[in-house]
Design a protein around this ligand. Structure first.
Ligand SMILES: [Zn+2]
Ligand SMILES: [Zn+2]
Length: 605
């Protein structure tokens, strides 16, 4: 049984303990859970587990290689005796202490470990909140065990024991435990570890034994007069699981880029978190942390969003469980395809919870991902459901947006509202109502209906030409849509660039085996899609806002998708063609729909 499968079997236990902790908290009048935070934390745990399938080589591969080539005590049966197992666990815990300490005292390690600390709550769901990039450098700290000849199997088992032990200590419902708190990691001393208070910061790193902290001077006791404030000193303020993993790397990259001295470019990564080169700190100042000013991130969620999030969460649990259970029997590319579906869904769930996208948009994105994955995995019956369904949802999203904007009450909340405001000149309801008069919605719907027809035709052999015609009409619909707020030749440079690409595609198709009688319709098609891409890029330059840039990116994806489709069909079959053709196709449709809808109500600059 693989470690992934053990985690699947442990999940009902994790969830049952969470339910008990929640019930106890409610009964005591001290509930420590917020629904969105718990969903976000457990979602990050799911992401960590599914991505771990791809970092196994780093985590176990390097260890095994060192163990079998340069170990100092080879073939020792000692490690599989009872004393050997116990010693291996203590050895692992010792190495873990130093990895964890590095995780708090060196920026590049903090970039990986920060995910575990971002929650501003402290409960059992926080324990599941784990990094997805820990394997990048973490393996270095366990090499002493390989050198000492601890077999990989023993290493793997004690690693799992050490991790599972730490689950129960993430709770506020268990108080101090006397002598236990001074020997073992416990709820009280680990609460201190998760706190940002001055006297608690960077203390109590121990995984099972807290003795390491007392030995190496990093121990702190939870004081009755100093309540723990949980989280990090630069709050994430987002439910985006990808950003949660990337944020600190991104900050370090920026500081490292901006600083002038070469030594500082390196030092940024190695110094303790929060350290910044003097020149960067002067040019891009950041406010100092003030515990009095600390606020809790809590974007509002309506009832429908709560219900949607609960259903999505349950679906994700099932999906991640199935993935972890089956993935060992799959080729790597198939695991990667389903990983992308799970990651997309996790992202969409967070985006709905913080008001960046609507429920309909989330369903459209997820359905597109499923249409791609079912095709790539040969699940044709399911593919024939998800493929047309994606465009049906897209149409419903646009109709709903149109209805709302006509009613004058366009629900623009959270980040999409900020996007509108950032795009200069958010005009409120009157402008939105005026925008609804535009024929744009009609053209967008025409393009989506054309795409839906094209999708259905292309699902069945013998309907290639009708499919081509439907998509040609869809592209003309998109051109009419984008012409609403930008001239056709807004950017001669975009026309030139796209034209060169289109000519190259035609040359490859002509010389690569395109049937002669298809040359004319394919040429018309290439011209339409090139015009659409050039127009979208020019429009983005004219409007100069993020919404228009999303549409332009979508048009570029469309070009990519059609090129991959044509090359796959006429020149030579692409490996895993469904991934490239359909992946870029759904990215294109989603970006255009969401980008265009976000542009409504934004005054032209
Ligand atoms: Zn930590
Ligand atoms: Zn913890």
């Amino acid at each position: 049984m693989s470690p992934s499968q053990i985690i699947v079997l442990a999940t009902p236990v994790f969830l049952a303990l969470i339910a008990i902790e929640y019930a106890v908290g409610r009964a005591r009048g001290h509930n420590t859970y917020r629904f969105n935070d718990a969903v976000n934390s457990i979602g990050l745990g799911m992401l960590s587990q599914v991505s771990a399938v791809f970092t196994r080589l780093l985590r176990i591969g390097i260890y095994t290689a060192v163990f079998s080539s340069v170990t100092l005590l080879p073939n020792s049966s000692f490690w599989t005796t009872p004393l050997g197992w116990l010693l291996a666990l203590v050895f692992y815990d010792f190495c873990y202490y130093w990895l964890h300490r590095a995780g708090h005292r060196s920026a590049v390690f903090w970039a990986a470990h920060v995910v575990h600390h971002q929650s501003q709550d402290y409960n059992l769901s926080t324990a599941l909140r784990q990094t997805s990039s820990g394997a990048l450098f973490g393996w270095v700290f366990y090499l002493p065990m390989a050198l000492a000849g601890v077999p990989p199997l023993v290493f793997g088992v004690v690693a799992l024991v050490d991790l599972l032990y730490q689950y129960w200590i993430h709770t506020q419902q268990i108080g101090k435990l006397g002598w236990f708190d001074r020997v073992f990691a416990s709820p009280s001393n680990h609460r201190v570890h998760h706190a940002v208070n001055d006297r608690y910061l960077d203390k109590n790193y121990g995984g099972i034994l807290i003795l390491w902290d007392r030995l190496f001077g990093s121990y702190a006791v939870e004081e009755d007069g100093e309540r723990c404030v949980y989280g990090t000193r630069s709050p994430l303020n987002s439910w985006d699981p990808l950003w949660a993993n990337a944020e600190v790397y991104s900050t370090l990259l920026q500081d490292s880029w901006h600083t002038r001295r070469w030594s500082d470019k390196l030092r940024v990564w190695l110094k303790p978190p929060g350290w910044r080169p003097a020149d960067v700190a002067a040019r891009f100042p950041r406010p100092d942390f003030d515990i009095q000013q600390a606020t809790t991130y809590a974007p509002p969620m309506g009832r429908s969003v709560q219900l949607f999030a609960a259903l999505q969460f349950a679906t994700l649990l099932a999906g991640v469980g199935a993935f972890l259970w089956l993935t060992d029997g799959w080729p790597l590319w198939q695991s990667a395809v389903w990983l992308s579906v799970l990651v997309t869904t996790l992202w969409a769930l967070g985006a709905v919870m913080q008001g960046r996208i609507t429920i309909g948009e989330a369903l459209m994105i997820e359905c597109g991902a499923l249409a791609m994955a079912t095709s790539a995995s040969g699940l044709i019956e399911w593919h024939r459901v998800f493929k047309p369904l994606t465009m049906v949802i897209a149409i419903a999203v646009v109709v709903r947006h149109w209805q709302r904007s006509r009613a004058g009450g366009l629900a623009v909340n959270g980040e999409s509202r900020r996007l509108h405001e950032k795009s200069a000149g958010w005009q409120g309801t009157p402008a939105v109502a005026a925008a609804a008069q535009q024929p744009g919605y009609v053209w967008l719907l025409a393009a989506l209906f054309g795409s839906l027809a094209g999708d259905v035709f292309l699902m069945f052999p013998g309907f290639f030409v009708p499919g081509l015609v439907a998509f040609l009409l869809a592209h003309l619909g998109y051109i009419a849509l984008l012409r609403q707020d930008a001239p056709l030749f807004a950017s001669p440079r975009a026309w030139l660039g796209v034209g060169v690409v289109a000519l190259m595609v035609c040359a490859v198709l002509w010389t690569g085996g395109l049937p002669v009688d298809l040359r004319a319709p394919v040429a018309a098609y290439v011209l339409a899609i090139a015009a659409m891409a050039a127009l979208a890029i020019g429009r983005a330059q004219v409007l100069g806002n993020t919404a228009a840039r999303l549409v332009a990116l979508g048009a570029a994806c469309f070009m990519l998708s059609d090129t991959a489709l044509a090359i796959n069909r006429f020149v030579s079959p692409l490996p895993h063609s469904a991934v490239w053709v359909l992946g870029s196709y759904y990215a294109a449709q989603c970006l255009i729909v969401m980008g265009w809808l976000r542009g409504q109500g934004v005054r032209r600059s």
